[in-house]
Design a protein around this ligand. Structure first.
Ligand code: TYD
Ligand code: MG
Length: 454
């Protein structure tokens, strides 16, 4: 057999390359390509000539019961999972180191265990005593969770075969190593092999598996993205370091809606659920100030109100700053260009800072109009009415495009004491929310009405 040559693989996206280079062509990451030994068992060897068996095929209309789900009792988590944890499913929970993944999962495991789910928590990062200490501090020590500190995949699988738990947490998948694979723990091949073994175990034995993955910055350790395709559900735990809010976001879910979020607050006693995120995100809002606009958004199935803050200041730089936190900076550049060319409001020579209060990330295009309103309000130094919410998408022509779920947005705003809303014309709403709704056709009308400029 011809000797297999080494392969070079990107630790960020998993793409393979014939030779080493400083930058991955596939994802653009720098210094993320590492040499790897080829996997020792070649697929196909031993298959030649052997006959396969015919697999039974079924029709699509075969009756299928919906998958059994177990609720943890932590409502924010259950909703993000699509209504509870599905048996035999594999879930990946990714996030920056130190963001609170271990805390969240220890709390979740304890909740499940108290409901009678046989749960194991395998930590490859912390000693059993460390996890126990944390559990005691969080008041979870009485929960019937089986705790293990191990990194050898073979030992873990042997334990799982013997114990047959309903749920197992692997914290983290990057610390696991398989002796079948000839490379260091944390490499792409180790990560894939470990994830594959554990996911196969989940499917074969009906155990739900939750894998923790650290998002890595420097590329020495492979990131959770390389195993996203192997699991049923991908959740990311995110938040700003300086804020106590944490958001658990579903980015892929084979058993429920994606883009659902759960909101938590990091306290001295672990993560507390936030049942009403809008109230929380708006709680620090003071008197109406220039540069502030309230966006009535939808996150998954739930309306969430957030405050968008803008600051516009004369710049001393040749190319002025555009600092955007919590919104897509590409979209903000587009909005600035539309304001300049369609409405004749230039931002040249001005530094622009834009921020979503509370460390929230907003990805909906419906936030366009609220962002534009915040920018204009900052530039003109005119505060928007304190009881106003704004939503709508801006097209390149400057026209405002209607967005979905208007009624939900308005109801949530009314509940929080807002009384007027600005939305694109074409928005369908019956007005049952009691809000006064002003519909505008394009950005020029909007700037004229709100700021008396054009
Ligand atoms: P951890 O769950 O260990 O993060 P990860 O597993 O994602 O790396 O959480 C680490 C941080 O959380 C740590 O900086 C301290 C903070 N924390 C609290 O503020 N309160 C708590 O009750 C706990 C357990 C942790
Ligand atoms: Mg951890």
């Amino acid at each position: 057999m011809a000797k297999q040559s080494a392969i070079f693989r990107c630790a960020e996206c998993g793409a393979t390359h014939a030779k080493w280079s400083g930058r991955c062509d596939a994802c653009g990451a720098w210094n993320s390509i590492h040499e790897e030994a080829p996997i020792s068992t070649t697929p196909g060897s031993g298959m030649k000539g052997a006959k396969g068996k015919v697999i039974p095929l079924t029709a699509l209309d075969t009756k299928e019961t919906p998958p059994a789900r177990v609720k943890s009792g932590m409502e924010e988590l259950d909703r993000v999972l699509g209504g509870g944890l599905v048996a035999a499913s594999a879930v990946l929970v990714g996030g920056d180191p130190g963001i609170g993944k271990s805390t969240l999962l220890l709390q979740a495991t304890a909740s499940f265990a108290r409901k009678g789910v046989k749960a194991l928590y395998i930590s490859g990062e912390e000693a059993a005593s460390q996890v126990r200490m944390r559990a005691q501090r969080l008041g979870l020590a009485d929960a019937p969770v089986g705790l293990g500190a191990e990194t050898s995949l073979r030992d873990i699988l042997t334990t799982l075969e013997a114990e047959r738990p309903d749920l197992v947490i692997i914290d983290s998948i990057q610390t696991m190593w398989s002796d079948n694979v000839d490379s260091a723990p944390g490499s792409v091949s180790q990560l894939r092999a470990a994830a594959h073994e554990l996911v196969s175990f989940a499917k074969k034995r009906g155990t739900a598996v939750i894998l923790v993955g650290h998002v890595t910055k420097e590329g020495q350790i492979a990131g959770p993205r390389v195993i996203e395709h192997m699991v049923d559900t991908v959740l990311y735990f995110e938040g700003e370091r300086g804020h106590q809010f944490r958001i658990l976001r579903a980015v892929k879910n084979r058993f429920g809606p994606a883009s659902e979020i759960g909101v938590f607050e990091m306290t001295g006693a672990g993560l507390a659920e936030v049942a009403n995120p809008s109230a929380l995100f708006l709680s620090e809002r003071g008197q109406p100030a220039p540069g502030s606009a309230v966006f009535a958004g939808i996150e998954g199935t739930r309306p969430v109100l957030t405050e968008i803050q803008a600051l516009v200041a004369p710049s001393t730089l040749a190319s002025p700053r555009r600092t955007v936190v919590g919104l897509d900076s590409g979209r903000i550049s587009t909005i600035l260009a539309v304001l300049e060319s369609r409405c004749g409001i230039p931002f040249a020579g001005l530094d622009v800072f834009l921020n979503v209060a509370g460390g929230m990330k907003v990805v909906e295009p419906a936030a366009d109009l609220a962002a534009a309103a915040a920018l204009l309000s900052a530039r003109e130094d005119v505060a928007l009415p304190a009881d106003m919410v704004i939503f709508g998408e801006i097209s390149l022509s400057g026209a405002l495009r209607p967005v979905g779920q208007t009624e939900n947005r308005l109801k949530e705003a009314a509940k929080l004491g807002f009384s007027q809303a600005i939305a694109p014309s074409g928005t369908k709403a019956e007005g049952s929310s009691g809000m006064s709704l002003r519909k505008l056709g394009d950005l020029v009308t909007f700037t004229g009405e709100m700021f008396g400029a054009g």
